[in-house]
Design a protein around this ligand. Sequence first.
Ligand code: HDE
Length: 721
Amino acid sequence: MATKKNSGGNGGADKKSADLDRNTTNPDGEFLTTNHGLRINDNHNSLRAHERGPSLLEDFILREKITHFDHERIPERAVHARGAAAHGFFQVYESLKDITAAKFLQDPLRKTPVFVRFSTVAGSRGSTDLARDVRGFAVKFYTDEGNYDLVGNNIPVFFIQDAIKFPDLIHAVKPEPNNEIPQAASAHDTFWDFISLTPESTHMIMWAMSDRAIPRSLRTMEGFGVHTFRFINEKGKAVFVKFHWKPVLGIHSVVWDEAQKISGKDSDFHRRDLFENIEAGNFPEWELGVQIVPEADEHKYDFDLLDPTKLIPEELVPVKIVGKMTLNRNPNNFFAETEQVAFHPGHLVAGIDFTNDPLLQGRLFSYTDTQLTRLGGPNFHEIPINRPVAPVHNNQRDGHMRQTVNIGTAHDPNTTGGGCPFQAGKIDGGFVSFMEKMEGSKVRARSRSFFDHFSQATLFYNSQSDWEKAHITKALQFELGKVKNPAIRERMVGILSFVDKALSKAVADALGIKTPVQIEKPINRNIPADGNVKDFEPITKKQSVEKSDALSIEFSPLNKNKNIKTRKIAVLLADGFDAADVDAINSTLKKNGATSCIIAPHLGAIKSDSTKSIDAQERILGTASVLYDALIIPGGAKSVQALLKEPACVEFINDAFKHCKTICAVGDGVKLIEKSDAMKANDNDEGLILAPEGTFAEVSKEFVAAVSMHRHWTREAKLSG
Ligand code: HDE
């Protein structure tokens, strides 16, 4: 049996792990065999007619090994191909029995195992983690009543209102069709061509151009179910519900220049961060929140609850926190688990149901369909990572790679099997769809209540702090600057003028476009209920909420609790460093739950100014400032003299400064700062802590407070202003 790492705190959730164990192999102390169990006596030489002669066709060992290798790859996901995942568990705080029949949401003692896969959308499997993109946030709950999948994103709205547009959206965002350039990036013509002709995407574009699309860590991003779903209680009473995952560490992002550099220095940055933190016991946590809307309030809002380009401002309907998810175990095998996991918004448990959101309705078809191609047949639910912990009994049979050895009858109704398996009534946990009243004509049309495309884009933009607005502006300038077709750029400037005139002008200025641009009014190209082709102008509905803190990273209540837990701090030193400073650094970081990385001119032991030495974890030339949250340069005359000879050290400081990180130098360490751009800092730059005469111990509190701010944006305003 495989060794399990970090299963601490998992409790009842180990049920799923035990299930997986039956399918895990561990070669410790075992002989090498063929797939059929024959022991192999030579794995390095194929069978030949003579030592220098041709290989023999009869070499079944060679053929089995190479044939298996030839078939190792399966198609990557059409979207969300690049991902990383982890196991964990979910626990509800208090029973939600009054609103949902879902048993895993009723028992605070129950630990429901989960498997969570995070992903980018556009790039292929080997693409960079730091692409500007939406992140997938897909959670599989292995409940005792069957698997429930909450297949969400880290942004609460989506680009389009109807599933029929999804292939066009994805074709547009994927690389240009002739040369497959650029990889994992929306900054190209086909994407912005589509967006400029699809005004309903404007709200989502605001989010995608914000720092939400370049998270610092998968552990520091929110998750959203996006669509409106339904909870149904045991009496059949329903309420509308929107799902939220709130990261306990807060919401943090990087800046765009940093993201681009991380993509070169460590394109596995997010994957590595998740893996390393779980290995280190820093188990990421999210609280599950729900916004609940009574059925009677369906039409009460300035937007349609079924429209996935809209969110419900938390000021209108507060998020009720109902439970917590902890990720505490890395997968043992990337392919078997992360690659083969198959999510589906239609994997439901009794007590949770859909709404008529036309995007969600299309997804319900798509996810099974895609698995048939990707995983090769209808039995993908038998792959260990997809297998429910709840028993499975039905009359589905056979097909490619069937694992289950079914006994007995395969028809229903039957007497030959004693009538088994039985249909379950509601009282036995049988799934019953919400009895929604339906009436109307069959039409290809969109409801007028979906036509307001700009109000919430403006709400989002107006809710941002100044630095967040500046980042959105720069992102749009960057992305549209890569668009070659001037008409597309102009159309986008026109669209942006419906969100905010100053934003539109700032983007136009960077693109050399004179404002106001004369573009046709944005239109909805769809067919109204009467069937006559008509173009509609979007309408603007005044929103009852004008500003919402939860939409901003700066003002989010999640970032109120300031700390430096799990931050990675770079410590630059060389032989002769001040041992007392480094002791103080290590104890301060440990006490506050952060980690240090000792970076020196060479690996191995680095001598201090006393008898102590310390092991360097990275070489200065093998790493980069963008991979850390903050920087410390301890004292030690000899150490600093050596660092002054390494040009990469100044570059390290310059990047940390440019990316608004906390920089602390003590004693002689300050001499290194004097050679860098950090000398351009404001007098009131709280993120630059210099103590030429002092020790780290004396400034440690100030340092922790500064790092807990995450970044120092006043510096950025000064540098760009
Ligand atoms: Fe997906 N989506 N999607 N999507 N989606 C897939 O399913 C699709 C949408 C999301 O880590 C695919 O198994 C359609 C919204 C995540 O394995 C595919 C539409 C949201 C993941 C598919 C949408 C998502 C996927 C590709 C429009 C947020 C990755 C591989 C109607 C609420 C799950 C696969 C993982 C994956 C189709 C829109 C989230 C092709 C047709 C909206 C997180 O079936």
